[in-house]
Design a protein. Structure first.
Length: 123
């Protein structure tokens, strides 16, 4: 089986990027979730090497935060205080949520609970 390429890892990531860079064009790959849309301010959080980066983001009300998974493993963002939960995001899939109220909102990955982050919304 020396010619076999398993559907994960580097080959899969390269294939997804070669499929047109949908995220850069504003399109989400099939199965990606977008909980909020709009033309307001935006912030991004990368998921890579089983870490949210940045671990804490400070934004103003009305800002949409987008988490993008760059790992080869799926991740699932949960914001318990807001009762918000993404679907499992595969490699290069994204999830967005708009934060309208001020406060501090801790989140974690439901599939890897040691992965934690915080969104701070200040007026």
């Amino acid at each position: 089986m020396s010619g076999f390429v398993r559907p994960g890892g580097i080959a899969r990531r390269a294939w997804l990027r070669a499929c047109g860079g949908g995220l850069a064009a504003g399109l989400l790959p099939t199965g990606a979730v977008r909980a909020a849309t709009g033309d307001g301010p935006a912030a991004t959080v990368s998921i890579d090497n089983f870490t949210f980066a940045p671990a804490s983001v400070t934004i103003r009300p009305g800002t949409t935060v987008t988490w993008t998974n760059h790992d080869d493993s799926p991740h699932l963002v949960v914001l318990p205080a807001l009762n918000v939960r993404s679907q499992a995001m595969d490699t290069d899939q994204a999830f967005s949520h708009r934060f309208d109220a001020a406060g501090e909102f801790d989140y974690f990955c439901a599939l890897h609970p040691y992965m934690k982050g915080r969104v701070i919304v200040k007026r």
